[in-house]
Design a protein around this ligand. Structure first.
Ligand SMILES: *Cc1c(COP(=O)(O)O)cnc(C)c1O
Length: 348
């Protein structure tokens, strides 16, 4: 698939030569004994960056969210979460299946937020009829959208007022931070820390826009991570000489955060290809994900579209609601080509 422009996901990246070199050079040890110096360095580095007592390296973001939810909640507790949130919809129901923690899903507002009055109404009184509401889980970015920071502050403050803990699925936290920094005129790290500071725990993926082959991390307090560490062991996430992957993540934190702005600019250019397509609706593009809705007046044209894209070397996901994701391995020239392929289809 050498000539394919793969816009299905930001998980399809290949590690760069410099990242591979960092991986090969990483000092290793058995991380189940806590002996892997590169894992330890990564955990300290990320915790420092985001302002937490510690961090725990995880094989996947799914496991990281799972350990986070179970470290916050006991059997018979519940977490408030969005209908479209990864932690509810896209993780096999793990918290419920394996943890006996019940989700309380809520509909999203168009900007991806969970309305404050809906959150307040979903918090159960202390009554034997109800599961105990323990946690509010948000996601940022969500569907590529940056949650307004004022909203994040209000929602987490509301949760705290009711005695709930707060967890952020920040799989793409750094995309959000880069987008927020652009508007605030600050540095991405300042915004990443600002967002993270509102939560008791944050899960971050290295394998998305940051471009590593695998790996995520869960950040929180020492006590919280002590519980999460046991759950990670139960889930089979105790890995050995995993500094190979932690080395990739350290490299990504050092070199791949600021460049996310390029992915965002390319996503905006790609979205503009649909400007003149009658009946196509494009969601506001805040970061590296473009959603295009062709279910309305453009539906007749939608049926052959994804095949046309593929035949011309462009991979995307969906049919009537299409998703395009930019990432490290997509160049400006790739975007030019993709835009031309899209325009040619709708012009015909
Ligand atoms: C990708 C992703 C995860 C974790 O996915 P894994 O494939 O398990 O690493 C979690 N949340 C969001 C929002 C994601 O996009």
């Amino acid at each position: 698939m050498t000539n394919m422009i793969d816009l299905r996901s930001d998980t399809v990246t290949q590690p760069t030569p410099a990242m591979r070199a960092a991986m090969m050079a990483a000092p290793l040890g058995d991380d189940v004994f806590g002996d892997d110096p590169t894992v330890n360095a990564l955990q300290e580095k990320l915790a420092d960056m985001l302002g937490f007592e510690g961090a725990l390296f995880m094989p996947t973001g799914t496991q990281s969210n799972f350990c986070g939810i179970l470290a916050h909640c006991q059997r018979g507790d519940e977490y408030i979460v969005g209908q479209q949130a990864h932690t509810y919809r896209w993780e096999g129901g793990g918290a419920a299946v394996l943890g006996s923690v019940q989700p309380q899903p809520l509909d999203h507002a168009p900007d991806g937020s969970l309305p404050l009055d809906a959150i307040a109404a979903a918090i159960k009184p202390d009554d034997a009829h109800y599961a105990r509401t323990r946690l509010l889980a948000l996601e940022n970015t969500i569907g590529g959208k940056l949650l307004p920071f004022g909203y994040v502050q209000s929602a987490t403050a509301l949760a705290k007022k009711h005695g709930l803990n707060t967890h952020l699925d920040g799989a793409r936290l750094f995309n959000g931070a880069v987008a927020q920094a652009e508007t605030a005129g600050t540095a991405p790290l300042v915004e990443a820390r600002r967002i993270a500071s509102q939560f008791d725990s944050v899960s971050v993926c290295f394998s998305k826009g940051l471009g590593t082959p695998a790996g995520s991390a869960l950040c929180g307090s020492k006590d919280f991570l002590y519980r999460a560490h046991r759950i990670r062991k139960m889930a089979g996430g105790g890995m050995r000489q995993v500094g190979f992957l932690a080395g990739a993540a350290i490299h990504a934190l050092d070199h791949h955060i600021d460049r996310l702005a390029e992915d965002h600019a390319r996503a905006r250019r790609l979205a503009a290809a649909f400007d003149d397509v009658a009946g196509a609706t494009v969601d506001p593009v805040h970061s590296n994900i473009v959603f295009v809705d062709l279910s309305g007046p453009a539906k007749a044209k939608a049926d052959g579209f994804i095949d046309h894209l593929k035949a011309h070397g462009v991979l995307a996901l969906g049919l009537y609601r299409l998703r395009f994701v930019t990432h490290h391995d997509v160049t400006d020239a790739d975007i030019d080509r993709a835009v031309a392929v899209i325009r040619a289809y709708f012009a015909a």
